[in-house]
Design a protein around this ligand. Structure first.
Ligand code: ADP
Ligand code: ZN
Length: 729
């Protein structure tokens, strides 16, 4: 009987389309196929197959594509992702299907050339050069051979046509060497680490009668203070997973994938792991994907998109730095990789480990309620102490005019570098100055596409919008009043701190780390290695230095403006600030010598700062969880944000109002707005926001779907984006 296949196409479509399966082709769910769509051919995935007497006049599937099929759990993950985020199912599929482009696919089969052992019919000087290189009988890629001989590729091609060189298929190099779970350790685990690792491994085989009780064995929160050696603990879980012949995935925030981490992995497993991040391109990407699907690759360490790789037998997922905001994708499909990791773990029937020194409120609550297991490492590895944290009250210890380092901070840095140790100055602000003002007329330089101030970047001699990237040259005279020499930078960014530090410590080596510096991620990784190797005295950085790095020479952390994040109206401000400050101060004293941290603040009594200073993380969590519960905020209630945007302000507002009028929320659901979004103008689009707040246990997606179905269709440039569980609101 002929088959009918429902094919899901990785475009913003909500349903699968039916196609006839031509005789001679048998398809299974998950197969990747090519199908006609309108006038073109497109890749899709078989979502369902049925046998039917007649396919009617359905168009036929063009053929199967020989790449790894999507496994059942992965297809269910796509379904889940679409249902949860309200993204079109096809858009969710696109995350799992990132196929290489055409060139990458044809390249997958690598071909090399070698000497055919006979002279060319027509020798030339260039041809002789090539044959001289090839005389060793070795197999080389065509362009490698041309390059080595110093001739153009056409010479090599000519020799192939001539029969003097022959083509041979190259055996593919293994995409990753197998990690050895029993590679000898240099130093043993501490007692605390060993106990934690054993507890975690026990959770691989949950038994109803286990001491930890119900729920343990699915998801585990591994909470260990900075420097407690969490990595080594979850490495043991990875090792056990590999020993059992299953696959493990370790998710990390992108920038944490440094050589330092890869070396630690190699020290534990004998080889570096296969890595998956935005920098892995073309052929390597597809080979890795194939290796994961065939089971040849047993461990992948990757950024959030690795979550959608087609593992055949996933036995463990680790989410390192689980509290990181970088796990939330804020464009396209709005998903949180930590939450999706938990879902994938459930679908695959494998344990998930969430590791952090500063867990998210969500994970903390889940652990407290017994939904997650909870393993705690309260002390640093090797008897090292957590840094002493002291406040500098900026109301009393004022910096000099036009400066940002207070006298006690300057003194502490001076002493640290004089002792041959490293100091880190942390300010979570890129650029030179967050605001430029004309002191003659008062004009403030604003982005023309966004409701934001332009940030001066002195290295680039430009004023830059941090939201849309709009850049203009810093003018010599004010564009408003024409006054010369009146443009005044207001407030500091890291570049300005670097200038101040250079003036104070002219003979010290200073490295500035900021995500917008030229050279991209690769250069940043190199600079991070240099810091770790002790090749500089003073590090000045934005939040990217706070994330999981190990800088053994660092003994002083100076936080320049602890209050920055506290003033926003965002209910997550306290959590974020606490996590960031705890993480960055936790970089101090991880090596031989003890560390300390100094925190410049105008509000030393603020609960977040007070909890940080006293080292009472527990107090912070208790208060914050209590406050969330009282306000019915996540995880005690649910939230979704609808952003209505349009090129014209009135259009956006009118559509938002039209939606609000028919929102008609049932009991337990509140719809707020529309109000101007916190960023009211971004990239030339005006934004209004509707907030949906529900009690726990209410099907927020069901309500949203129904409401959207009843809402008028957005017209013209108007667009509605949905963010379930928004991270800032
Ligand atoms: P965390 O991730 O909890 O902040 P790490 O895993 O980075 O901590 O470990 C902190 C430091 O302690 C690192 O320098 C690491 O190499 C070292 N360390 C941790 N456990 C061990 C161990 N068992 N043997 C040797 N060094 C260890
Ligand atoms: Zn802008």
């Amino acid at each position: 009987m002929p088959q009918i296949a429902d094919i899901l196409i990785p475009l913003a479509l909500d349903t699968a389309y039916s196609y006839a399966v031509p005789a001679g082709l048998t398809l299974d769910e998950g197969d990747v196929v090519q199908v006609p769509l309108g006038p073109r051919e497109i890749v899709g995935v078989v979502w369902g197959v049925e046998e039917r007497a007649s396919g009617g006049n359905l168009r036929p599937v063009s053929g199967r594509i020989e790449v790894a099929p999507l496994s059942e759990p992965l297809r269910r993950l796509v379904d889940w992702l679409a249902r949860y985020t309200l993204a079109p199912k096809g858009s969710a599929l696109a995350m799992a299907l990132r196929l290489p482009d055409e060139t990458a696919r044809t390249e997958t089969m690598r071909v090399g050339v070698r000497s055919a052992g006979k002279p060319p019919s027509r020798p030339t000087a260039a041809r002789d050069k090539v044959l001289a290189v090839a005389a060793d009988g070795g197999v080389r890629g065509k362009s490698a051979l041309a390059k080595e001989a110093g001739v153009s590729l056409s010479v090599v091609d000519g020799l192939i046509d001539d029969g003097a060189l022959e083509s041979v298929a190259l055996l593919p190099e293994p995409v990753a060497l197998p990690p050895d779970p029993d590679f000898p350790r240099e130093t043993p685990l501490s007692e605390a680490q060993d106990a934690a690792a054993r507890k975690m491994i026990a959770a691989f085989d949950p038994t109803p009668s286990s001491a930890e009780g119900r729920g343990f064995g699915a998801t585990i929160l591994l909470e260990g203070v900075t420097g407690s050696g969490k990595t080594e603990v979850y490495f043991e879980a990875v090792a056990e997973c590999v020993r059992r012949g299953r696959q493990a995935l370790v998710l990390m925030p992108e920038i944490a994938l440094t050589a330092q981490f890869l070396d630690r992995f190699a020290a534990r497993f004998g080889v570096r792991p296969a890595t998956w991040h935005s920098g892995v391109g073309g052929r390597r990407r597809e080979r890795l994907r194939a290796g994961v699907a065939s089971g040849e690759v047993s461990v992948v360490v990757g950024a959030r998109s690795a979550l959608f790789l087609p593992f055949t037998d996933l036995g463990l997922i680790v989410v390192d730095e689980e509290h990181e905001t970088a796990y939330k994708q804020e464009d396209g499909v709005h998903y949180h990789a930590r939450d999706m990791a938990v879902v994938r773990g459930r679908l695959e029937g494998c344990p998930v480990v969430l590791a952090s020194a500063t867990p998210s409120i969500e994970s903390r609550v889940n652990a407290q309620r017994g939904r997650y297991g909870h393993i705690v490492l309260p002390e640093r590895f090797g008897g090292r102490r957590l840094p002493d944290i002291t406040a500098i009250d900026m109301r009393l210890d004022k910096p000099e005019r036009g400066r940002f380092l207070s006298p006690p901070m300057v003194a502490a840095v001076k002493k640290t570098v004089a002792d041959g140790e490293q100091a880190l100055l942390f300010l979570n602000r890129r650029g030179y100055a967050p605001l430029t003002l004309c002191s003659a007329c008062g004009h403030r330089y604003q982005c023309r596409n966004c409701s934001t101030w332009l940030v001066e970047h002195r290295f680039r001699k430009a004023l830059v919008c941090h939201h849309c990237g709009y850049t203009e040259r810093k003018p010599e005279a004010c564009v408003e009043c024409g006054a010369f020499d009146h443009l005044t930078p207001c407030g500091p960014g890291v570049e300005r701190i670097a200038e101040e530090a250079a003036a104070l410590f002219p003979d010290k080596r200073i490295i500035v780390l900021s995500s917008d510096f030229p050279g991209g991620t690769e250069r940043l990784r190199q600079e991070l290695e240099a810091v770790a190797a002790g090749e500089c005295d003073i590090v000045i950085g934005t939040q990217l230095v706070a994330k999981g790095h190990n800088f053994p020479h660092l003994t002083l952390v100076g936080v320049l403006d602890a209050d920055i994040g506290l003033t926003s109206g965002d209910p997550r401000a306290a959590e974020r600030t606490f996590q960031l400050l705890q993480q960055v101060t936790g970089r101090a004293g991880r090596g031989e010598r003890p560390g300390r941290a100094l925190v410049q603040t105008y509000q030393p009594d603020h609960p977040v700062i007070a909890a940080l200073l006293s080292g009472e993380a527990e107090r912070f969590y208790e208060e914050e969880i209590g406050a969330r519960e009282a306000a019915g905020l996540p995880p005690f209630g649910r939230l979704a944000a609808l952003i209505v945007s349009a090129a014209e302000r009135e259009m956006a507002e009118a559509h938002g109002q039209a939606m609000a009028r028919i929102a008609d929320p049932p009991a337990g659901i509140m719809v707020l707005g529309p109000a101007e979004a916190p960023l009211a103008l971004v990239r030339g689009r005006y934004r209004f926001r509707l907030l949906v707040k529900t009690d726990r246990g209410i099907d927020i997606q069901g309500y949203l779907r129904d409401w959207l179905a009843r809402s008028p269709k957005p017209r013209g440039s108007t667009k509605v984006t949905i963010d379930v569980d928004p991270q800032s609101f």
